[in-house]
Every structure is written in C-alpha cells, then in structure tokens.
Design a protein around this ligand. Structure first.
Ligand code: TNX
Length: 531
C-alpha cells in the first residue's frame, strides 16, 4: 500500500517548479550494497555487453537531455526526472540534447538498428553518461525502466537517500519477444478505484507490461458508465453489488478516460471487456427487458458462474449490445475491445453462434478489433479476432484450428498465469480451481509450446489475469501479483533462449528492496532468495 496515490503524486510533481540552483553535493556515506550488474534486470534483456572498466555515477549536476523537437521524448525525460528526483535530491533538469561537457542521461529518438522495433531500445553506459536510443518514445520509456533497475534499490525511496548512484558500464540491446504483454484486473467482483488502478499501472510499467485488460462487467456488478443505459452503474454497480455485496462502485466516463490517459503516459493500452452473452446478471437484474421472459432476476453476489445469458433471439438485446459497444469504443483509443464470451453455459451452442455472428461485426463497425476468451474460436471467428486462452490443458482443438487459419492468441493458461490462484494451500486470498501456482510454476512454461498446434507465429503475447472474487484492497492485488506478475512479464518480453529459473529467481530476489521502498505487499515465496 502506498502513502500517497499515484494521481495525487503526479499532480504534486507536475506543480513543482524546477530549481535553477544546484544543491551542494550530499556528504556521501554509501552503505555497501552489492554493485548492480548490467544483466540484473527483469525482464531479462536480449543482449548485455558489460564493460566493467566503465560506469556512470549520477551527480548533483547531471542533466537529462532529450531529442530536440520530440515532445514525446521530452515527456519520457520528465517522467524519468520525476522518478529519480525524490531519492537523489538532484534537480535533474530536462533539456534539449546538444553536445555538452556535463554528465548527462540522453534519451534520443532514432539512430539505431531496425531490429529494435517499436518498443526496443539500446542503452549505453560510459563514464560520461547514459544514452538510451530507440525508434519511439515507447522504446525510450522501456529503456528508462531498465535504467531504474540498474540503479541501487534506494532509488525507489520516497525521500532523499545517501547513496552512490552508480550505473554499471556497457551496452544493452533489448526488444520484446511478443507484441502483447498484458495484465488483467477484474473490477466486477470487487470494484477497484481509479487510485488503485493507477497504482497497479505504475507497477506494471516497471516490468514492460504494455496492455491492461479491465474486466468491467460480470454477474456481480457493472462497472462502467453507459449513458444510454444509466441504471447499469447506479443499480448494477451500486450499493450491495460485488461478491458478498461488499464491492460496489463504478468508473464514470471521466474516470475511465483518466485511467486510459494515465496508462498511455506509461505506454500501456487499456483493453476494456464487456463480458457476454453470459456473466450478465448485473445487467439483466437491472433491466428486465434484457431477459427473455421480461422478468428481472434478483441481483447475485455469490461466486457461481455460467447461469446467466442475454436473450439471444430478442432484438432488444442487440440494441443494448450495440449501445454499449459504441459507447465503450468511443472512449477507448486502443485497438482492442474484449467481448468475453466465456462460460456461456446457459446459452446453447447454436445460440452462442448466432450471438457472436451478430456481435463480432458490431465491434468492427465501431472501429475496434474484437478479442474474446478462447470459447470464441468455437464459432470460427474472422481471423482478426484475438483469442485469449485460459484453459489448463495442452490441447484445444478449436484453438489449434483457429491458429492454423491465422487467428492470433493471447496465452493466459489458468494453471500458470492466473494471479488469483493461491500460491499454496495456506494462501489467505485467492481461489484454487486451477491448482496452486508457486512462482516457479508461473515462470516455467513457454507460451509458444503450451498448446499443441499453437506455436510462436500464432502467439500475440501473454496476459496475467487477476480475478477479484477474494480481493478487496490494493494490498490484496499486490500480494497476488507480486512476485508472479514479473514472471509473466519476463515470458512476454525475454527470449525463449534466455529462460532460466536460477537466473530469474536471483534477479527476482533483488527486486525485494525496491518493493519494500514502494510499499508493495509481496508474497515472500520460499522459492526465491530474497535480498
Ligand atoms: C474463470 S477465466 C472465469 C472467471 C472467474 C475465474 C476465477 C474465465 C474466462 N472465467 O469468471 O473469475 O475463473 O479464477
């Protein structure tokens, strides 16, 4: 749990005028922490070439320079300065790049190998400074997250520390294995506030996660404002909603847009999910006309699944669905709109097919690419529909067939990537229907070798879902996500060849002091040598 919320912190730092006078250097009495190595990073970089004769030390007069004329590079520079100022106490002014004798951290667009792609970066550390180069601001941002981990852990402290702010010398060349590296947060079973979501985004961005999927609707609650159906939130998301009736709340459109913008500033894209045709009791208990018999069922706050279904043969259903898709698409700049489609056990196969044949084109009509849980592959969807695999097995004929036709897949196998599964039988939070998932279980699998017939070319990426039946607070979220989230992040970013449990668990252990300083309530797994 953090002391201040991310948004309030952001506003406070934005209001800070840059001091023009350089403070005196602090009296240095550095505690002996083991020196960072260039490879001590999660996710593991593609290539590291350490030069142990060289190193850069951040100084009171260090400046941050960014590509002249690039407002996005300048923004990354400002964010880096805001990250490094509290612990160093240095002013770290952000200036346009030009040749200068001052020690500097330069963030430069261009001048690098094409293989870095849209999210890769090259990081060079010499005595004179740190230079990060990338094709885009997203790549620069990724590079700054690496730089952050290369600095001593105290850099995460909220107040001024005495330390030698040394960055190990050499070069890193780094880019992701998969384009989609996601996390998911369930707002339906228990609502999570904007401050909790943005706090989670802060953590995700440190591990180069680039998508946050928000599960916005389910049987127990509707969490996103829809103007044309206003009772969805006031009733469906109102008092008494959520598992056990204790997780009410919803995002207004302004809240949602604030989350989208906060994520975008960290190069994370929001994927909204409206789950249908099942998991719809909150909508159906709010609006009687969404039921075949015209009778609204009672609200439900239990954890059962698979009992609800929209009325497949009623035109009013499609007016509702189109209104919702239109309004959600309109406030979502990202390319994907997730339509759920899981566990529709109250819907026959024929009805499911009818429903998807009506609804998938609506997503396209409003300019979005549909994604859905892997059940959508049962209807042979168009190949631009992304399938999210949540099964526990290594075979799935529909998924393999869809992959063979060109469908791309996000891998979220429930027995590996579900952050809501208990670590072991003693875990206070979480469920265990897919088994217990210790850190090594979350790490030791290959997304491109998980399901027969769904190989590297079919994989868009990975996602770590966090369902919130048992979770309430940010502390709860953190406890289930850490340390497994970084494991999934590494599977999404790092090469298959670099996969190595011993290396990973050592690097993971070194994250602990950072998490303590950020007040992240992590699970101290016995599998990890915690620092
Ligand atoms: C299955 S995974 C669900 C969710 C539950 C989750 C709990 C999936 C697509 N559906 O409705 O919240 O298990 O682990």
């Amino acid at each position: 749990m953090r002391r201040s919320t991310s948004i309030t912190r952001l506003l406070a730092t934005a209001a800070l005028a840059l001091p023009l006078v350089l403070p005196a250097a602090p009296a240095v009495a550095a505690p002996a922490a083991p020196a960072r190595q260039l490879s001590d990073v999660i996710p593991a970089p593609v290539e590291t070439r350490p030069d142990t004769r060289d190193a850069f030390t951040l100084a009171p007069h260090t400046v941050i320079r960014t590509s002249p004329g690039s407002t996005t590079a300048r923004r990354v520079g400002r964010q880096l300065a805001e990250t490094l100022r509290p612990a160093t106490g240095y002013p770290l002014p952000v200036l346009p790049a030009h040749s200068t004798p001052l020690p500097e951290i330069a963030l430069l667009i261009g001048g690098v190998d094409a293989r870095l792609g849209p999210e890769g970066y090259q990081l060079d550390v010499t005595r004179r400074g740190v230079t990060i180069r990338a094709h885009t601001a997203a790549g620069l941002f990724a590079g700054t997250q690496t730089l952050r981990q290369l600095l001593p852990a105290q850099i995460e402290a909220p107040d001024r520390q005495r330390a030698i702010w040394r960055v190990p010398g050499g070069r890193i060349i780094d880019y992701p294995r998969f384009a989609y590296r996601g996390a998911m947060l369930d707002l339906a079973r228990h609502f999570h506030t904007v401050d909790e979501i943005t706090a989670y985004l802060d953590l995700l961005s440190q591990y180069k996660i680039n998508y946050l999927h928000l599960h916005l609707t389910d049987d127990q609650g509707w969490r996103i404002q829809i103007d044309s159906w206003p009772k969805l939130t006031t009733v469906g998301g109102g008092p008494g909603t959520g598992v056990d009736g204790v997780g009410p709340g919803f995002l207004t459109k302004a809240d949602y847009r604030a989350v989208v913008a906060y994520a975008a500033a960290r190069h994370i894209t929001i994927v909204p999910e409206i789950d249908m045709p099942g998991h719809t009791n909150a909508a159906q208990s709010t609006y009687a006309e969404l039921n075949c018999d015209g009778v609204a069922p009672a609200p439900r706050t239990d954890m059962a699944v698979g009992y609800s279904s929209l009325c497949i043969d009623d035109e009013r259903t499609y007016r509702f669905v189109e209104d919702v898709i239109r309004e959600v698409a309109e406030m979502t700049p990202g390319p994907y709109l997730h339509i759920g489609g899981d566990e529709a056990h109250a819907t026959t196969d024929e009805e499911y097919r009818t429903f998807m044949a009506r609804v998938l084109p609506l997503v396209a009509k409003y300019g979005k690419r549909a994604s859905g849980w892997n059940e959508v592959t049962q209807v042979d969807p168009p190949t631009d529909v992304v399938a999210q695999y949540w099964g526990t097995g290594t075979t799935n004929a529909d998924l393999a067939e869809a992959a063979a036709r060109g469908t791309t897949v996000v891998m979220s196998p429930a027995n590996k990537a579900y952050l809501d599964m208990k670590y072991d039988a003693t875990t206070r939070l979480g469920l265990q229907w897919a088994g217990h998932i210790e850190v090594r279980d979350a790490y030791d699998w290959d997304p491109a070798r998980r399901v027969n017939g769904v190989g590297e070319n079919a994989i868009l990426g990975v996602e770590a879902p966090l369902w919130s039946e048992t979770l309430r607070s940010l502390d709860d979220i953190e406890y289930m996500a850490f340390p497994r989230l970084p494991a999934i992040a590494e599977l999404g970013w790092s090469t298959a060849a670099s996969h190595d449990w011993e290396s990973f668990r050592t690097r993971l252990g070194e994250q602990a002091p950072r998490w303590r300083l950020q007040q992240v309530d992590f699970y101290p797994s016995p599998q990890v040598p915690w620092t």
